[in-house]
Design a protein around this ligand. Sequence first.
Ligand code: FES
Length: 159
Amino acid sequence: MSIETPPADAPRRRFLATITTGILSIIGGILGVIGGGAVLSSTGGRQEDWLAASALHDLPDNEPTAVTLSVMRVDGYREALVRRTIFLVKTGESEVAAFDATCTHLGCLVGWDPQGQVFKCPCHGGIFDRSGAVMEGPPPEGLMKIATRVDGNRVMVQA
Ligand code: FES
């Protein structure tokens, strides 16, 4: 009859296995938090809420009106209140178009020229028509359109 004796280093092996498992668990937890934060920031980096931008009856027909919104932005783990200038254009009885006022060339803010009936960028001469399409200058694409909806007398925009 033989009796097996555990190797002399068995307690040490169990100790190392426990420590290794603990360290791997901590690393896995850290990676989970970082990965979870990246997923949340990629889907929640922009707040997709509807914001009240104007009263419908305050908007003149077919005349772009500049409005400045305060929008909460989430950037990674930071939150910041940023100002965003947009143009609202009442195109029908209860229809409103909206454009971001940021020029698509290098980011200057465009202004509405009521004489020329165009949006003009003061930086490099970019000109956009009232639908936001590029007419002249270096901007590579038209002004960014913003989703709108009208709730009663309130014009809502998707920030
Ligand atoms: S930033 Fe508007 S034309 Fe350059």
